[in-house]
Design a protein around this ligand. Structure first.
Ligand SMILES: [Zn+2]
Length: 293
């Protein structure tokens, strides 16, 4: 009888043993899944196809966080909505991890930010996960926090981290061979999502469809973009899937530039269901569009 009770208790412990993680974005969730392996259960608040700047604060999200052990934030003021979700969850045991803590930030404004600059990020551009080197930094941050929350599985977290970093190293070697022709190319982007991606892969953002971050394009701005595209022979207009096709289609019609849908997050497009696949997908669509003309 006693052994039976013990067995039931042991079973209860082992089913509870997974570290319950909630992440703001699918990218952090996927990296956490890879680093945590079988010892974590992970959900993300935003879907991959969603604009990460504007996510509705829902009671159902607060309920998810209420049961969580760890919350993974993007930080750098991208996911301020997460702070409301965390507050609303009233989970005092929650470990809040800012995944930007060890990131080297780019485009930190040198002058004081005000409303005239649009919806600008005052602590620098927060789309850092799109540089594979930063993927490794995120994975290290998640692993070190997992080891604090669940020290019994330290060795496995270290192993999983190594497997993740090795997989990125391998891909980096492959990308350098396969996509070297992207180096030096210029692209018009919809939003300033890609400075980390561009820096790593040698691309240039010549202009943005948004005249300022978070601001809708005006006819004057679109006119200005037509001149830029023609004068500088820009071949590709890249957009995140959550924006309206209207302005890119207008520009493409006037100039012949190809529209490319890029995946700003894991799951934003088909074949982007892991962090690694998402990066490869973006390189592939850019390469196809740049070579098709
Ligand atoms: Zn942004």
């Amino acid at each position: 009888m006693i052994s039976r009770i013990l067995l039931i208790m042991l079973l209860a412990v082992s089913t509870q043993a997974k570290v319950n993680i909630v992440a703001s974005l699918t990218d952090l969730a996927d990296i956490a899944r890879q680093v945590g392996g079988k010892h974590v259960s992970v959900v993300s608040i935003a879907r991959g196809s969603q604009d990460p700047h504007y996510v509705e604060v829902l009671p159902s999200s607060m309920m998810k966080v209420k049961r969580a052990d760890m919350y993974l934030m993007v930080g750098m003021e991208l996911d301020q909505w997460a702070e409301q979700i965390i507050d609303g969850s009233r989970n005092r045991q929650l470990r809040i991890v800012d995944c930007s803590s060890d990131i080297e930030r780019v485009n930190v404004p040198t002058r004081k930010v005000d409303a005239s600059m649009g919806d600008i990020h005052p602590n620098g551009n927060p789309h850092y996960w799109l540089d594979p080197e930063n993927g490794k930094v995120i994975a290290r941050t998640i692993a070190s926090n997992l080891k604090v929350v669940d020290p019994r599985h330290t060795e496995e977290y270290d192993n999983n981290l190594k497997v993740f970093i090795d997989s990125i190293d391998e891909l980096e070697a492959h990308w350098a061979m396969t996509y070297s022709s992207l180096n030096g190319k210029s692209v018009i982007y919809y939003h300033d999502t890609w400075p980390y991606f561009n820096r790593y892969f040698g691309l240039t953002a010549t202009a943005f469809i948004e005249p300022k971050p978070g601001i809708m394009p005006t006819p004057t701005h679109l006119d200005h973009l037509i001149h830029i595209i023609n004068d500088q022979h820009i071949k590709v207009i890249a957009m995140e899937p959550y924006f309206s096709q209207q302005a890119p289609a207008f520009l493409s019609g006037k100039t012949g530039a190809t529209i490319v849908h890029m995946a700003q997050s894991v799951g934003a497009e088909e074949n982007t269901e892991t962090y690694q696949k998402m990066l490869t997908y973006n390189l592939e669509v850019l390469m196809k569009a740049l070579n098709s003309q």
